[in-house]
Design a protein around this ligand. Structure first.
Ligand code: PLP
Length: 444
């Protein structure tokens, strides 16, 4: 008997974010094919993909137009770089399209291969910007506890994931983290409004402690994704904007998850009216069909880099890769043609909000929240109404049970997350909610 795929996989494949020993004999689930919002595994199960892969397959699986765009571009020009005074039509077309979709003051984009590379690029740009402005001492970047900005050394350091810091240290110097606006987890002793203000005040306190002249940038996701689909209280972003406006500090808004319609606008920055200086993007940019990311750059930073910077010694072999760019461009065109973002805003988001919130009546659920097509359930101990002991790993259990029920949900501690493809239908949302309820029932 030849070894099974999971056995071969376990023998040779080091997976991201995986406890290899804990995989056991069974190994990993083998996903073989997919269509629409469904994935299929090697054992013949069909699962509703409530996570759009890894928050990225926004147009759903099996889109022929994206496959054709890739095939045509591969024949035309499978690779060329964008270094040293060269470019190609897909990179130009995508850059133009992105700048048209982005807030009006963002007229340039730097391409990368991923969201992590985008955040490395952010750090290089922030430092370069302040050096060119004659303030090289402005080095500190403030991020947030439990924020996620990727897995490279810079991404890991900008993010505020304690477990990553423990394994990845020492990280990049001059990065510090402030409290996250996670009302359910950390702020229920006050109103959401007061808690939002308190979190913004914590940023100001940190700025003053570091010395306002030393702080270069603040980085945050509009809504924390990997941290647990954490929608900040309504008071948070206006208060943060007011704090940053008092000091000369760049705002970096990480749109890797929130960008491209997830929250019912093209960017979370539009929803919250953030006018960022830099916007890292990836994932939904190509609906995950091929790897591509980038940084949208506001005029303030771009003008300085262009007018005063000379050559920027930074870039990746695959910056603006022609096939990835062609697919991303086609992806954005389809999103426009089909009105995907507007549908999330006006129809699917409100429908999910109504159906998802019904799960709040379940004894295991302390809060059911959603925004656009991102949602979370906070699991609580039905006997006390409080959080479970972390050692019980109830979230992991619920995730595994939901898989067995036919729904991909993700668990972050005891927070269950969904972020389905943006092309999901009402009937499929109904199915998702009833599978989630089944998983909760079986976990209880
Ligand atoms: N930024 C955010 C907000 C993310 O959620 C992620 C990935 O989940 C990243 C950056 C890193 O992107 P990548 O995994 O493409 O490097």
């Amino acid at each position: 008997m030849p070894p099974s795929l999971p056995a071969l996989d376990r023998a040779h494949h080091l997976h991201p974010f995986t406890d290899f020993k804990a995989l056991g004999e069974e190994g990993s689930r083998v996903i073989t094919h997919a269509e629409g919002v469904y994935i299929h595994d090697a054992e013949g199960h069909r699962l509703l993909d409530g996570m759009a892969g890894l928050w990225c397959v926004n147009l759903g699986y099996g889109r022929r137009e994206l496959v054709d765009a890739a095939a045509e571009q591969m024949l035309q020009l499978p690779y060329y770089n964008t270094f040293f005074k060269t470019t190609h039509p897909p990179a130009v077309g995508l850059a133009e399209k992105l700048c048209r979709l982005a807030p009006a003051h963002m007229n340039h984009v730097f391409f990368t291969g991923s969201g992590s590379e985008a955040n490395d690029t952010v750090l290089r740009m922030v430092r370069r910007y302040w050096a060119l402005r004659g303030k090289p001492w402005k080095q500190w970047v403030i991020g947030r506890e439990n924020g996620y900005h990727g897995s490279t050394l810079a991404g890991m350091s900008l993010g505020g994931m304690a477990l990553m810091h423990e394994q990845g240290g020492p990280g990049v110097p001059c990065i510090t983290h402030v409290r996250q606006p996670y009302w359910f987890g950390e702020g229920r002793d006050q109103s959401p409004e007061a808690f939002g203000h308190a979190c913004a005040a914590a940023i100001e306190e940190r700025i003053l402690a570091l010395g306002e002249e030393n702080v270069a940038a603040f980085i945050a996701e509009p809504v924390q994704g990997a941290g647990g689909a954490i929608m900040p209280p309504a008071s948070y972003w206006p208060a943060v904007k007011a704090v940053l406006a008092r000091y000369d500090i760049l705002l970096v808004v990480d749109e890797v998850i929130c960008g491209f319609g997830r929250l019912g606008e093209w960017f979370g920055s539009v929803l919250y009216d953030l006018a960022p200086d830099l916007m890292p993007i990836a994932k939904g940019l190509s609906s995950g069909y091929l790897p591509i990311g980038g940084v949208l750059v506001g005029d303030r930073v771009a003008d300085t880099l262009i007018e005063e910077g000379g050559e920027f010694f930074h870039g990746f072999t695959y910056s603006g890769h022609p096939v990835c760019a062609a697919v991303a461009l086609r992806n954005l065109e389809i999103m426009e043609e089909e009105g995907v973002v507007e549908r999330v805003r006006d129809d699917l988001g409100p429908y999910l909000a109504r159906r998802w919130s019904e799960l709040a009546d379940h004894p295991l659920v302390g809060e059911a929240r959603s925004l656009g097509l991102m949602g979370a359930l906070e699991l609580v101990d039905p006997t006390t109404g409080g959080r479970f002991d972390r050692a019980l790993a109830v979230g992991t259990l619920c995730r595994d049970i939901s898989f067995a029920c036919g729904l991909v949900m993700r668990s972050v501690g005891d927070t269950m997350i969904i972020s389905p493809p943006l092309v999901i239908t009402h009937e499929q949302i109904d199915e998702l909610v009833s599978l989630a309820r089944e998983a909760l029932d079986e976990t209880a």
